[in-house]
Design a protein around this ligand. Structure first.
Ligand SMILES: Cc1ncc(C[n+]2csc(CCOP(=O)(O)OP(=O)(O)O)c2C)c(N)n1
Ligand SMILES: [Mg+2]
Length: 572
């Protein structure tokens, strides 16, 4: 019976279809639940077929919104985000999102319309060389030249986006290709001899690491987003507990290891904890699991982990040894590698002195800020949001000071709850990303914590949130400044606040109300308590404008060019 069904399905899928219908059938075959997009001339044939397709399409109010929403969806669902944009300006509007997804290894399949094949290269209306523009910011890209190729291309695109190190794949579809017809066969196997990511780690390298661990006195694990992409959080915990190795996270790795675990040392890097950064400086064995030694994590490389043997587990061999000399390279999937390490059950290192030292640092140098009566400190605000959501919300952010305070003070206990723009540092990411995150998990509490600057880069998406009645809580950390820029100008440019202070921000409450959204403002801790209570009791979108202490800075801080051990702002 089942076999019969399969044959029937296959026959059905072998029908002759136009390119636009092929796209829709392929999305259904890939089990795509939602797509984000914006129509225009070159994609009109596709939108016409979408009309009665049953595919859930979210019309964002800007293509940048669509691609960040798709990123948020991908991060929370673990499935690829799908985007459609028209040719020319539609396609160029997604360039930032593609770069963002490329930097943070987010799986996306992005369709762009293109002018008709016959006029490509003639500077036709809304023609842009999208393939040329996006070549360095996609994992792979295609332009459809023959409609017969389209099913194979889409199938490969989903495969490439989601396997190995995930990333964005773009398919540029000339308008005539959406209309032309061919046989639709989506059952074929993907055959890409030149693309065979290594997932199984080399056993000898694993043995080397087991040996190094057994000899170590001061081992530490630096865990990045690779742990989350590989769904290896359970194995990370098991391995760290089995071997008694403390764990540090990168910004994007947060949530991979529970923040309240005694072996957790916090986030590393420019605004990392004293303990995490000093552990990286003092360790004798550094095990990197799925992080790419970003410069915001390492600080000055000349002073990075100077006493350590470095082991690096990564699915992407190009990352190993790129920034930091690596003695034990392990190419493979983080989960597979950790499973093998756990199975080896090697001799535990003697870490009692090391853990004693680390715990002393934790006690001596915790994250700190001063509470003042009548003033709302941004750090306190994040702590309050943590309390209201029991540390279990999905949190999205923009980029800047507020992002760092969330990373420091929203102690993520669970994986796949944290959605932020790491590598590219894209202001305007948080609000649209929250749309995708909420659609990926309709029952979850989603909080979008944004800066007063970044919010204004994509605030048009309030319209989508309101239209779909997504119960997102939008938190503006309003310091009336491009706070992170202001902080750098205060510290490194003699307080010459060139174009970073914005004392005349719009009335965000009335702005949200114009979109038909409930909105409230708070300027003190007491007011913040009240509005948070009301907002979290509401099953509808709410915008909260928090006027926080404008001069607050993010500490600790590693100044550019300095080593991690040269942090400032660690003590009063
Ligand atoms: C698109 C974009 N433009 C410029 C920057 C540089 N930048 C980094 S943080 C920042 C300030 C952000 O201000 P705001 O959104 O209010 O956040 P805050 O730092 O005040 O919390 C700027 C301008 C950026 N990251 N992204
Ligand atoms: Mg600000």
């Amino acid at each position: 019976m089942a076999a019969n069904m399969k044959v029937k399905e296959r026959v059905a899928k072998k029908q002759t279809l136009c390119g636009a219908l092929m796209l829709i059938e392929a999305l259904k075959a890939e089990n795509v639940k939602v797509i984000f997009g914006y129509p225009g001339g070159a994609v009109l044939p596709i939108y016409d077929k979408l009309y009665e397709s049953g595919v859930f399409h979210v019309l964002t109010r800007h293509e940048q919104g669509a691609i960040h929403a798709a990123e948020g969806y991908a991060r929370i669902s673990g499935k690829p985000g799908v985007v459609i944009a028209t040719s020319g300006p539609g396609a160029t509007n997604i360039v930032t999102g593609l770069t963002d997804a490329m930097m943070d290894s987010i799986p996306l399949v992005v369709f762009t319309g293109q002018v008709a094949s016959s006029v490509i290269g003639s500077d036709a209306f809304q023609e842009a060389d999208v393939l040329g523009i996006t070549m360095p910011i996609t994992k792979h890209s295609y332009q459809v030249r023959d409609v017969h190729e389209l099913p194979k291309i889409i199938k490969e695109a989903f495969h490439i986006a989601t396997t190995g190190r995930p990333g964005p794949v773009l398919i540029d579809i000339p308008k005539d290709m959406a209309v032309a017809e061919a046989e639709f066969d989506y059952e074929q196997e993907v055959q890409l001899p030149g693309y065979q990511p290594t997932t199984k780690p080399n056993h000898l390298q694993i043995r080397k690491l087991v040996e190094a661990v057994s000899q170590a006195k001061r081992p530490v694990i630096l865990a990045g987003a690779g742990v989350l992409h590989a769904n290896a959080h359970e194995q990370l915990k098991q391995y760290a507990e089995q071997q008694h190795i403390p764990v540090i996270h990168t910004l994007l790795g947060l949530g991979g290891f529970p923040a309240d675990h005694p072996l957790f040392l916090g986030m590393a890097g420019m605004h990392g904890t004293y303990t995490a950064n000093m552990a990286l400086y003092e360790c004798d064995l550094l095990i990197n699991v799925g992080a790419r030694f970003d410069d915001r994590v390492t600080g000055n490389l000349a002073h990075f982990a100077p006493k350590a043997t470095v082991a690096h587990i990564d699915i992407d061999p190009a990352e190993i040894g790129k920034n930091v000399p690596t003695k034990i390279p392990i190419v493979g999937d983080a989960k597979e590698a950790l499973i093998q390490l756990i199975e080896q059950n090697g001799k535990r290192p003697d870490v009692s002195d090391w853990l004693k030292q680390l715990n002393e640092w934790k006690r001596e140098y915790p994250l700190m800020y001063k509470r003042e009566p009548g003033v709302l400190k941004p750090q306190r605000l994040i702590e309050m949001i943590h309390e209201y959501t029991n540390g279990e919300a999905i949190v999205t952010t923009d980029v800047g000071q507020h992002q760092m305070w969330v990373a420091q003070y929203y102690k993520f206990k669970q994986p796949h709850r944290w959605v932020t723009s790491g590598g590219l540092g894209t202001m305007g990411f948080g609000l649209p990303a929250a749309i995708g995150a909420q659609l990926a998990q309709p029952e979850a509490t989603v909080v979008s914590i944004v800066g007063d600057g970044g919010f204004q880069m994509t605030l048009q998406e309030l319209s989508v949130i309101q239209e779909l009645n997504l119960p997102i809580k939008i938190v503006i950390v309003n310091n009336q400044a491009l706070g992170m820029v202001r902080q750098w100008q205060e510290i490194f440019y003699e307080k010459r606040y060139s174009h970073s202070l914005i004392p005349n921000q719009p009335d965000f409450v009335r702005l949200a109300e114009a979109y038909g959204m409930k909105a409230m403002r708070a300027t003190t801790e007491e007011e913040a308590e009240c509005v948070l209570k009301e907002a979290f009791a509401t099953n509808a979108p709410v915008l909260l404008d928090f006027h926080v202490c404008p001069g607050e800075n993010v500490y600790p801080m590693v100044a550019p060019g300095k080593g991690l051990h040269e942090m400032v702002g660690v003590k009063w």
